[in-house]
Design a protein around this ligand. Sequence first.
Ligand code: SAM
Length: 238
Amino acid sequence: MTSPTTFEFNQIGIIHSCYTEKFGIPRQPGLVKETTATLELLPPFNREDTLDGLEGFSHIWVHFIFHQCIQEKWKAKVRPPRLGGKAKMGVFATRATHRPNPIGLSVIKIGKIHKHNKRIFIDLHGADLLDGTPVIDIKPYLPYADIQADACGGFAPEKSPAFPVKFTEEAKQQAITYKNKFERNLLPLIEQVIEQDPRPSYLSNTTDRQHGVKLWNSNVKWLAKNDHFLVTEIEIEE
Ligand code: SAM
């Protein structure tokens, strides 16, 4: 029998994203279109010539490290949130973050490639990545090879339905104050993040319990009502 080998990888980049903590990050890329993030190339890979030709592609595969899970142990069977936390599936049949190797893979829409003071950034749209995520590789998404017309989605055949999200007048005012100060329109981002129902499965049937999600430098508080989620406060963290 062949013995397993250990490999070492170089970090080629880092993610700067609106998600400053794990709670609330969409469970897959492309679900929250309002997500803004950038991928910054790090030395010695921060060379423009490494990206020659990428401008013709709309999406890339981002290979990254689940760096906030490195210390935690993996298990052979996990409870996918998609199944309400009730059923267990094999770790390799899921995209769980706790894996034998903490490697993640997301297909992400790209925007502008830009440079600031010799730093090189690729704009990302709809990323499911935590701020500070280390990137180990990027590759172009090839529609002719990567789109699979006969693909089946197993126990996750389609995306989960979105929950209606409402805002109190106070929260709407706070979003305006935030926009005037930081030039970011938080409302569509908050709506798309919360409508995914980021609550852990064991809380998914509770009502009137307060939850908080951190987006950029804001702390968004919301309540789960019977038939909608209500955003009650957008606190700015200075
Ligand atoms: N699309 C990727 C994949 O299939 O490998 C990620 C799927 S994983 C279910 C998505 C979750 O990973 C997010 O909801 C977030 O909680 C978590 N996550 C994102 N970046 C992370 C990081 N750097 N460290 C640990 N967890 C992270």
